[in-house]
Ligand binder design. Structure first.
Ligand SMILES: [Ca+2]
Ligand SMILES: [Ca+2]
Ligand SMILES: [Ca+2]
Ligand SMILES: [Ca+2]
Length: 324
């Protein structure tokens, strides 16, 4: 399917989303968390029943989970320093996460889904973070400075690495790009990784890229000059990528969640709010997107229900109309 997505635009088939799974009206947004702390970076359990996220409500970042329809939260980590950026294994048995000890010594760690114990998966004296578990379960992608290529004093390039699970040597995903590569997200078929990076060393621009896992040049999906796009998340059918985009024309400048065909094309705006809306995560059934927003004073976890019809390029305008 994604081979088609690399090529011609406008030939994508319909991606049917399950409206009934939302428990929300199409376009409706539901706030999940309520507190004065920073609750951010949601991700879904493979069964779609929970979102996991990071929160500093206990004075440092820990990982929590909450039913995706709202309800009682569970604290999953209480180790020293910060744990965050959680992502489930495809079988739901484990969570890979970042443990931030001191600057540039973050580690990618793995714990049982209920917490309790952990292994240090990246185990490297450099920055390792932002992990995403492959859909086949046998690899984990993450960002690392372990190549130790220094751009300028205090700035070591962050690039995407793939390490076999449970063990094996890590390898770089891409050939050297211009600047940092961040926030890897595997395509549902396991053949591609989306991430955000800088298309040129000398512009304000940030774009969403897709790189073949087997090797080869990445494709610039958003390709929007001097507009910044971050935090990609694939739709479960592989046809779309959700992300957040800085809209500098708005006052105040802020981010909102958009989706775009994975093959490139016209983006569709999903959220419209003067606060920052970021870090989208597409639900396993395709019906919802979880995201972070500071619209109620500080960062909270929200879920927005996509609409119940076929999501195809020809209908994107219709989706937009439904959302406004
Ligand atoms: Ca909060
Ligand atoms: Ca490390
Ligand atoms: Ca851009
Ligand atoms: Ca916004």
């Amino acid at each position: 399917m994604l081979n088609a997505a690399w090529g011609a635009r406008g030939v994508l088939t319909a991606a049917v989303v399950a409206y009934s799974a939302c428990a929300l009206w199409p376009g409706e947004e539901k706030r999940l968390t309520y507190n004065a702390a920073i609750d951010a970076y949601p991700n879904w359990s493979p069964d779609g029943l929970f979102t996991v996220f990071q929160s500093d409500r206990a004075g440092r970042y820990d990982i929590y989970k909450i039913p995706a329809t709202g309800g009682a939260e569970s604290r999953l980590t209480s180790w020293p320093n910060d744990q965050g950026q959680p992502c489930y294994s495809p079988d739901g048995q484990y969570i890979v996460f970042t443990w931030r000890n001191v600057a540039y010594d973050e580690e990618v760690c793995i714990m049982p889904a209920a917490g309790g114990s952990y292994i240090n998966f990246s185990n490297n004296p450099f920055y390792d973070a932002l992990a995403d578990w492959s859909p086949t379960g046998d690899n984990i992608a993450f960002v690392s400075t372990r190549a130790r290529v220094v751009r300028s004093p205090g700035w070591t390039f962050e690039w995407i690495w793939i390490q076999p699970y449970p063990s094996g040597p890590a390898r770089r995903l891409t050939s050297p790009g211009y600047l940092d590569e961040q926030c890897p997200d595997w395509s549902p078929d396991g053949n591609y990784i989306a991430y955000h990076s800088w298309p040129s060393a000398h512009t304000y621009d940030v774009d969403i890229f897709v790189a073949p896992v087997a090797g080869g040049p990445p494709k610039n999906v958003t390709n929007s000059y001097n507009v910044q796009e971050f935090d990609p998340s694939w739709s479960p059918d592989g046809l779309y990528i959700a992300y957040d985009r800085l809209d500098p024309g708005e006052n105040p400048p802020n981010t909102d969640v958009y989706i775009i065909p994975a093959a490139g094309g016209s983006p569709t705006r999903i959220t419209t709010n003067p606060a920052i809306d970021y870090a989208p995560a597409w639900s396993p059934d395709g019906s919802r997107i979880a995201f972070t927003s500071a619209r109620d004073g500080n960062a909270e976890i929200y879920v927005v229900c996509l609409q119940g019809e076929a999501v195809a390029p020809a209908s994107l305008g219709k989706i937009k109309a439904l959302f406004r």
